[in-house]
Ligand binder design. Structure first.
Ligand code: HEC
Length: 149
């Protein structure tokens, strides 16, 4: 009887650890999705003319991206050792093998943002800013993001 209880306890603990890890992976993914909502959903769409230029919306999107990017280092502190269920992208194990280098990809994104913040007044300026920021996102993605499907 005692033995059964111990086994059951270990099973519950095991399931808890798996859930916590999935939770961490989801948090990491949600942070990237939140960044993407502004970068692609607002800045890219507006720079292509899919939605009308709106300086206030640009400034808000840039501020939101800036706030999210500041959370990357901490949000990716722990290796969840699993991908989000059914996700298109996942993290390479290299993130946690070279965490200092991963973190070093963040300040260039922040610099690209501060360089343009509050200064975008037309679509041409937005296009240039969008591309500069996006190139810095991809500098991290090319090493640390993997396509799962
Ligand atoms: C320091 C590294 C790093 C930087 C900088 C970074 N990302 Fe990511 N990004 C990742 C990693 C790792 C993943 C894969 C894990 C995940 O999806 O959570 C990812 C995933 C993504 C995804 C896929 C999400 C999904 O699963 O659908 C998008 C979209 C994305 N990033 C957008 C951006 C944008 C836009 C920027 C720049 C403003 C950016 N990222 C900056 C590391 C980074």
């Amino acid at each position: 009887m005692k033995r059964t209880m111990i086994v059951a306890g270990v099973l519950v603990l095991g399931a808890g650890a798996v859930m916590a890890q999935q939770e961490i992976a989801v948090q990491q993914d949600n942070l990237m999705k939140s960044i993407a909502k502004n970068q692609y959903g607002v800045l890219q769409k507006m720079s292509k003319g899919d939605i009308p230029f709106d300086k206030k919306a640009v400034d808000q999107a840039i501020a939101a991206i800036e706030a999210d990017v500041a959370k990357i280092a901490k949000t990716f502190e722990i290796n969840p050792k699993q991908d989000v269920v059914n996700a298109t992208y996942g993290s390479s194990p290299k993130v946690w093998q070279n965490k200092a280098d991963f973190d070093a990809k963040i300040p260039p994104v922040q610099k690209a943002i501060t360089d343009v913040k509050g200064k975008i007044t037309d679509v041409a300026g937005l296009k240039a800013a969008y591309t500069t920021i996006n190139d810095r996102c991809n500098d991290c993605h090319e090493t640390y993001r993997v396509k799962l499907k």
